[in-house]
Design a protein around this ligand. Structure first.
Ligand code: ZN
Length: 162
């Protein structure tokens, strides 16, 4: 087996919401040093160290524009403004991700709580948590950190001019 094969980090299937296609893409794996160069200190602390930004301080909790929320680390498509809702929590909140393919969840037992952590499927960035007290029809509340997201306006999405 070659060294390259051993170091292969694999691929994941994610939904590209701009094209509507499911694509097989390389997972994004970087060292902390590489992430630190790419991200602001706050983005690094939230997305790579499972931090939480203080409520009502992030860029997007009150954002009402039409567009797409991508992973700040790898650009994976995560949430549409169409599923964003006013949760009153001070964090951007969504009824569902653009596709269940694009995220993964994990049990988070820190702080003596059982919470479901939400991570980026492609790069394992910590995004936030999902709770079961959201509005119908999903009754899910994806409580995200602005620091883990990058917003792209609808008119700036390629091939999506309406
Ligand atoms: Zn990512």
């Amino acid at each position: 087996m070659s060294v390259e094969a051993v170091e292969t980090i694999g691929t994941v299937k994610v939904c590209n919401t701009v094209t509507g296609e499911v694509e097989e893409v390389d997972r994004v794996v970087k060292s902390d040093e590489e992430w630190r160069c790419q991200l602001t200190p706050e983005q690094f602390s939230v997305a790579r160290q499972e931090g939480t930004e203080p409520a009502f301080t992030g860029k997007y909790w009150d954002c009402k524009e039409d567009g797409l929320y991508e992973c700040v680390c790898c650009g994976n498509h995560l949430f549409s403004s169409k599923t964003k809702f006013e949760s009153g929590t001070g964090w951007p909140s969504f009824k569902k991700p653009v596709s269940d393919l694009n995220i993964r969840t994990d049990l988070d037992t820190r702080f003596s709580m059982n919470r479901t952590e939400v991570l980026c499927r492609r790069c394992d960035a910590h995004l936030g948590h999902v709770f079961d007290d959201g509005p119908p029809p999903t009754y899910r509340r994806y409580c995200m950190n602005s620091a883990s997201l990058r917003f792209v306006r609808q008119e700036d999405l390629p091939g999506r001019h309406e």
